[in-house]
Design a protein around this ligand. Structure first.
Ligand code: UGA
Length: 433
C-alpha cells in the first residue's frame, strides 16, 4: 500500500518507519526542511532505540522516503496519516491548529479516493472537523476519515509498534475499515473496528486509566510508609489478581512525559464541555503534582534546611531510554533545590542537551555518573536508567562522607541496600537508617 505520513514527530516518524518495515511504500512529509534533509541522510532528530537503523534500512530498500512537498507524498497515497502535534493550550485543551491546517491542505490537493487517518491524539469530535475541512477545500466527497490512535511508548516505540497489542480503527465506512484492517494485518494483532468517536475516546481513556493506576499506587505507597509496609510487595500481590494486572503499578515520583500530563488535562476539558466534572481524574493529577515533590519533602523532613548541601540528581529524563524531559519531575526538583540554595549536580546518560535547556543554569550537568556523585551529601534517584540501577552501592559506602540516598524509583531491593550501612529512603518502603 502507498502510505503518506504527515508530521515526523515521535508518532509520525515511528509509525511511518514501521509501516515501511512491514512492506508498504511510505512517504513522510514535514514542513521542516532541515529535519527532512537530515532524515534523508539517516539522521534522526529524536533519541529512540532502533529507530535510526530502521530509517536507514528502509530508505536504502526504497520503501521509505522524506519530503517537504505534501503533494509528493499524497498524490499516489491510498492512506494519508495525520500525525502532527497537538500541544496543550494554557486552558489544558489540545491545540488543533496544526491538524486543521493539514486537513485544509489535504483538501486543496485531493486527487482521488483516500483514507485520511488521524493518529495525533485529538479530542472527541476532531475527525468530524477534519472531514468538514477536507470536504470544504476539496469540494469533493471522495474520501473517508478515520481515527487510528497510537499506543506506543517513548523508549520502546519500535518494539511497541511492531508488537502492538491492538489496532483501534474508528471509521464510518466499511471501505475505510477494510483498507485500514488490511494495512494492519502484517502486525498480526487484534484489530478492533469502532465508530470514530469511540476510537478517539479509547485513546484518552487508556492514558487516563494508566495515569490513574500510577497515582493510585503512589497513594498506597504513602500509606505503606506510615505502616512500615512495602509497596513493591503490595503491588506484586495485587498484580497476581488477573483483573488488576501487575503492570504500571510501580510507585515512584509520579508520571511525566508528553502524554499523561497533557492527555489527562485534555480529558477533563473534554468532559467539561459536556458538563461532566471528572472528579477522579482531577484527583489523579493532584496526587501526581504532589508526588513529583515527594523527595523534596523527605529531604526537608530529614535535613530541615538544604542550603549549601551538595546534591546529586541521578537521571533527568522523565523515564529511561529517552532524552525527553517534558513534565519530568527532575525539573520541579532541580528548580526547588536551587531556590533553596543547594549545590545541585545532575547525571543523565542521554538527556544532557535537553537538560541544559530546561534546568536552572546553576545545575552542573554531566553524562559521567562518577563525576556527579563526587562530594555528594545527598543522592536523589529520579530516573531508573540501567546505569543507575547497576550502581555499586559498596562504592558509596566506602566514601569518607557517606551520602544519604533518596530513591524515587525504588531501584534497589531493601536487602541489597541494607548490606552497606547506608541511609536509604525510597518510596512506599521502610527507610534504612
Ligand atoms: C504513554 C503510554 O504508556 C503509551 O501507551 C501512549 O501511547 C503514550 O503515553 C502516548 O500517549 O503517546 P509514554 O509517555 O511514552 O507512553 O511513557 P510511559 O512508559 O507510559 O511512562 C509515563 C510516565 O509514567 C513516566 O514518567 C514513568 O516513569 C511513569 N510510570 C510508569 C510510573 O511512575 N510507574 C509505572 O508503573 C509506570
Amino acid at each position: 500500500m502507498n502510505v503518506c505520513v504527515i508530521g515526523t514527530g515521535y508518532v509520525g516518524l515511528v509509525s511511518g518507519v514501521c509501516f515501511s518495515e512491514i512492506g508498504n511504500n511510505v512517504t513522510c512529509v514535514d514542513l521542516d526542511e532541515n529535519k527532512i534533509n537530515n532524515l534523508r541522510k539517516g539522521i534522526v532528530p529524536i533519541y529512540e532505540p532502533g529507530l535510526e537503523d530502521l530509517v536507514i534500512k528502509n530508505t536504502k530498500e526504497g520503501k521509505l522516503s522524506f519530503t517537504t512537498r505534501l503533494t509528493e507524498g499524497m498524490d499516489n497515497a491510498d492512506v494519508i496519516i495525520i500525525a502532527v502535534g497537538t500541544p496543550e493550550k494554557e486552558t489544558g485543551e489540545a491545540d488543533l491548529q496544526y491538524v486543521e491546517a493539514v486537513a485544509k491542505s489535504i483538501g486543496e490537493n485531493l486527487n482521488g479516493y483516500k483514507v485520511i487517518v488521524t493518529k495525533s491524539t485529538v479530542p472527541v469530535g476532531t475527525n468530524r472537523r477534519v472531514k468538514e475541512l477536507v470536504a470544504k477545500y476539496s469540494g469533493s466527497g471522495n474520501f473517508d476519515v478515520a481515527s487510528n490512535p497510537e499506543f506506543l511508548r517513548e523508549g520502546s516505540a519500535i518494539h511497541d509498534t511492531m508488537n502492538m497489542e491492538r489496532a483501534i480503527i474508528g471509521v464510518e465506512s466499511e471501505k475505510a475499515g477494510q483498507v485500514l484492517s488490511e494495512l494492519h494485518q502484517p502486525f498480526n494483532t487484534t484489530i478492533m473496528v469502532t465508530t470514530i468517536e469511540t476510537a478517539e475516546m479509547i485513546k484518552y481513556a487508556s492514558n487516563a486509566f494508566l495515569a490513574t493506576k500510577i497515582s493510585f499506587i503512589n497513594e498506597i505507597a504513602t500509606i505503606c510508609e506510615k505502616f512500615n509496609a512495602d509497596v513493591t510487595d503490595v503491588a506484586k500481590g495485587m498484580g497476581l489478581d488477573g483483573r488488576i494486572g501487575s503492570k504500571f503499578l510501580n510507585a515512584g515520583i509520579g508520571y511525566g512525559g508528553s502524554c499523561f500530563p497533557k492527555d489527562t488535562k485534555a480529558l477533563i476539558q473534554i468532559s467539561g464541555e459536556v458538563e461532566h466534572d471528572f472528579q477522579l481524574l482531577k484527583s489523579v493529577i493532584e496526587v501526581n503534582n504532589k508526588q513529583q515533590r515527594v523527595l523534596l519533602e523527605k529531604a526537608k523532613e530529614r535535613f530541615g534546611n538544604l542550603s549549601g548541601k551538595n546534591i546529586a540528581l541521578l537521571g533527568l529524563a522523565f523515564k529511561p531510554n529517552t532524552d525527553d524531559m517534558r513534565e519530568s519531575a527532575s525539573i520541579v526538583i532541580a528548580d526547588e533545590l536551587v531556590k533553596q540554595g543547594a549545590k545541585v549536580k545532575g547525571f543523565d546518560p542521554i538527556a544532557k542537551e535537553t537538560a541544559r535547556r530546561v534546568l536552572p543554569q546553576q545545575v552542573e550537568i554531566s553524562e559521567d555518573m562518577e563525576k556527579t556523585l563526587e562530594g555528594a551529601d545527598i543522592i536523589m534517584i529520579l530516573t531508573d536508567w540501567d546505569e543507575v540501577k547497576n550502581l555499586d552501592l559498596s562504592t558509596l559506602a566506602g566514601k569518607q562522607k557517606k551520602p544519604v540516598i533518596f530513591d524515587g524509583r525504588n531501584c534497589f531491593s531493601l536487602d541489597y541496600a541494607g548490606q552497606f550501612g547506608l541511609e536509604y529512603h525510597s518510596i512506599g518502603r521502610p527507610s534504612l537508617v
